[in-house]
Design a protein around this ligand. Structure first.
Ligand SMILES: NC(=O)c1ccc[n+]([C@@H]2O[C@H](COP(=O)([O-])OP(=O)(O)OC[C@H]3O[C@@H](n4cnc5c(N)ncnc54)[C@H](OP(=O)(O)O)[C@@H]3O)[C@@H](O)[C@H]2O)c1
Length: 274
């Protein structure tokens, strides 16, 4: 069994480890290196895994290392690990906006590195993760990484690194788009006369029901929308207003803004790593 080490034991690492344990990964093969005593205790108590504060010692015995620290401190953490990678483990970075070029500069240009972009629904094991590997990553390493991220929801490989920025615009930031829509529906529901709790429950359950139908029925969102839109009915009146007010264009602009921001972050980290 592969030994998997997390560098950083915060929110995202906890989610991934929780999903791994729930999906049959052996706790004996998982270790976290994390400075916070409280976080270490929580991880030990919740999942029965080993923890340490020594990043380098943990890295030395790992087959796969997940870098789960904040982007701002990644350069220092990665450069510090570089001398502990002679046994050539695979490295997975979940940090938003840090390009492979920067990671290769810090960790070594021949290191096997994967960029993973998970999202927050990973917390309820319903995440969506885009993955991209550099040329040094082998098939078995890819299979293991895919299994880890499938443990917290859905995972897929993208064809080139630029597509990771598109993943950020779609699924990385995506949960917040839907949360915003839920907020608006709840607010307007209240304005239409519903009590706050009723407006909230109806909005949230509708979002859940629609997401389940779209993911579980095998029917496309377009067909599902058409099925609930009777000619001349209430749904058609609402959807027509969306179209007249340019909903699609608003989403196009918003998602392009997210993409541009991700590209700028990648460029900044890429230049800073030289
Ligand atoms: N949260 C998300 O939704 C999400 C989604 C996609 C990607 N990501 C990426 O995931 C990464 C982690 O995010 P997060 O939300 O899990 O952050 P987080 O909760 O702050 O976790 C980071 C952990 O790293 C620890 N740490 C700090 N310095 C360290 C060091 N030198 N060595 C080892 N561990 C160290 C921190 O400990 P202290 O708190 O004691 O400093 C903290 O527990 C980020 O790069 C982020 O971009 C997050």
């Amino acid at each position: 069994m592969s030994s998997i080490v997390f560098i950083g034991g915060g929110n995202m690492a906890s989610c991934i480890i929780g999903g791994m344990i729930a999906n049959g990964f052996d706790a004996d093969n998982i270790m976290v290196s994390e400075p916070g005593a409280e976080s270490r205790k929580r991880l030990e108590d919740s999942y029965g895994i080993k923890t340490t504060t020594d990043n380098k010692a943990a890295a030395k015995q790992a087959d796969l290392i997940v870098l789960a620290v904040k982007p701002q401190i990644m350069s220092g953490v990665a450069a510090d690990l570089a001398q502990s990678l002679d046994h050539r483990p695979a490295l997975v970075s979940i940090a938003a906006g840090i390009p492979l070029k920067a990671l290769e500069n810090w960790l070594g240009s021949t290191s096997a590195i994967i960029r993973a972009m998970p999202n927050t629904p990973a917390m309820v094991l319903s995440g969506a993760t885009g993955l991209f590997a550099n040329a040094q990553v082998g098939t078995e390493q890819k299979t293991l990484v895919e299994k880890i991220f499938a443990a917290i929801g859905y995972a897929c490989w993208v064809e080139n690194e630029a597509q990771i920025d598109a993943v950020i615009a779609v699924s990385g930031s995506g949960p917040a788009y839907f949360f915003r829509i839920m907020e608006i529906m709840q607010q307007v529901g209240q304005e239409l006369g519903l009590p706050q709790q009723v407006a909230q429950d109806l909005s949230l359950k509708t979002a859940l029901g629609a997401a389940r139908m779209a993911t579980e029925s095998g029917i496309s969102p377009t067909q599902l929308r058409e099925q609930v839109t009777s000619p001349g009915g209430t749904t058609q009146a609402a959807l027509q207003t969306f179209e007249e007010q340019g909903l699609e264009e608003i989403f196009r602009k918003a998602m392009n803004s997210a993409l541009t921001k991700a590209e700028v972050m990648s460029t900044d980290f890429g230049s800073a790593s030289k």
